[in-house]
Design a protein around this ligand. Structure first.
Ligand SMILES: [Zn+2]
Length: 145
């Protein structure tokens, strides 16, 4: 999507390695959580589609479960995406402005795709448009209805 090639030259290999181990631990934590609480909801990397509606009761149950699972699953997807991203030299570069995301910030939140100033900017926008809720960073699959 980006035309000019960006490089995360500000990150050392050892730093990326460190971030990777953080995020792998995080992935395991979420996976365990999902397995423990929802053993039947296997997490697929691919989109596993929605179940057809069986009965009304079942649907309500499932709805509640899904709402919980969706958040975790989305986060897990983000983690997996980040892991792939880490193998490219664009990891650690801001999606918005193409600037460097500092190692300190990445260590606190390895899934960051924006630098601090862009992030603050987008949060301000979200606050302003809190009525017409647009979930930019999470993707369009989220709907909290
Ligand atoms: Zn930025």
């Amino acid at each position: 999507m980006a035309s000019s090639r960006r490089m995360n030259a500000h990150l050392k290999k050892t730093q990326i390695k460190e971030l990777k181990s953080i995020i792998i631990a995080e992935r395991e934590r979420i996976q365990n959580k999902l397995n423990l609480e929802k053993p039947h909801l296997a997490v697929n990397e691919s989109n596993s589609g929605r179940d057809e509606v069986d009965s009304a009761n079942d649907d309500i149950m499932r709805h509640t479960e899904l709402r919980f699972a969706t958040r975790e699953t989305l986060y897990l997807k983000k983690i997996i995406k980040t892991l792939h991203h880490m193998d490219t030299d664009e990891y650690g570069m801001c999606e918005e402005c193409g600037g460097e995301i500092s190692f300190t910030r990445l260590r606190a939140r390895p899934t960051s795709t924006m630098c601090i100033s862009c992030k603050e900017e987008s949060e301000r926008e979200e606050m302003q448009s809190s009525h017409g809720r647009v979930s930019k960073s999470l993707g369009k699959s989220v709907s909290f209805t």
